[in-house]
Design a protein around this ligand. Structure first.
Ligand code: ATR
Length: 277
């Protein structure tokens, strides 16, 4: 994995656990790359015979011009988080979107009928919106964001996609929880603290509520949702989902999800001081 910074990432634990369980003679390392070394780092990894890379903040967009091929999905989303080297060529994928879709596989039928509310219009929102439009085929999606212009730009961009999903903007003060069966937080509000965009009164017991944040594992946003009786999904599921999709691309093998999830849960339970930021 390349990024800047990369300390305390969960990804080495996820992939190395999977390698060990499947007896694959492979290692996953997190490497901190200086911005001006990005291009050379990719060429160097390829020259060294490394099988592939994960790309994280802040390089998911800037890495694109350095690749030989980029999937249409990653190009549309505007971000690559997984590279595979094959036959002397580099291929860029986005497994954030496919991993997010995979993490909602259990709710597939309900998503097709759902009105979905998304908080945020940043990089993570792009992958989530793509997944909901192209993989989950949800009925209607409403974006709410602090900066209206950012949400409107996303709506313009994603309206070019062929999809049955209706896409709209809503001012945060105008949203009524009753209208939504699925609510997703893609903003950084609640990361490392107790902040939440909404209070418990906003949520309903028939809702599915997802927070992409995994530190803390249960955000105030999810705690409020739970207290209203909603079902909740935390950011660990997207983290594991995107990792499983990347693992499949590199190795051709399915990630042993149960074992990986319990290794991650044990690690978090035993060493909260090692939580990534
Ligand atoms: P990421 O790649 O994790 O999505 P990002 O691209 O920086 O990160 O996006 C962060 C999102 O969180 C944005 O939607 C941002 O809103 P703005 O478009 O108005 O910047 C949202 N966000 C961050 N801090 C916020 C806050 N204090 N209140 C509301 N929204 C916030």
């Amino acid at each position: 994995m390349i990024g800047h910074p990369v300390h305390h990432s969960f990804s080495p634990l996820i992939h190395n656990t999977a390698f060990q369980i499947l007896h694959l003679n492979s290692r996953y390392l997190a490497l901190d790359i200086e911005p001006r070394q990005l291009r050379r780092a990719i060429a160097g990894a390829q020259a060294l015979g490394i099988k592939g890379l994960n790309v994280t903040v802040p390089y998911k967009e800037t890495v694109i011009p350095y690749l030989d091929y980029v999937t249409p999905e990653a190009r549309f989303i505007g971000a690559v988080n997984t590279i595979v080297f094959r036959n002397n060529k580099s291929y860029g994928h986005n497994t954030d979107y496919s991993g997010f879709a995979r993490s909602l596989e259990f709710a597939r039928d309900e998503l097709r009928r759902a009105n979905v509310l998304i908080f945020g219009a940043g990089g993570s929102a792009r992958a989530v919106i793509y997944a909901l439009m192209k993989s989950c085929h949800c009925k209607r999606m409403v974006l709410s964001n602090r900066t209206r212009k950012h949400a409107e730009q996303l709506i313009r961009h994603f309206s070019k996609l062929k999809s049955r999903t209706r896409l709209e903007f809503a001012e945060s003060g105008m949203i009524n929880g009753d209208s939504f069966q699925v609510v997703i937080n893609t903003t950084s509000v609640g990361l490392n603290d107790e902040a939440s965009l909404v209070t418990a009164e906003f949520f309903r017991s028939n809702q599915l509520v997802y927070d992409l944040i995994y530190n803390p594992i249960e955000t105030s946003f999810l705690r409020h949702a739970k207290s209203a009786g909603a079902r909740t999904v935390n950011g660990i599921e997207m983290l594991i989902g995107q990792a499983a999709e990347a693992f499949k691309i590199w190795t051709g093998c399915a990630m042993p999800l149960q074992e990986v999830r319990s290794a991650l849960q044990n690690f978090i339970a035993n060493s909260p001081e090692n939580m990534p930021i």
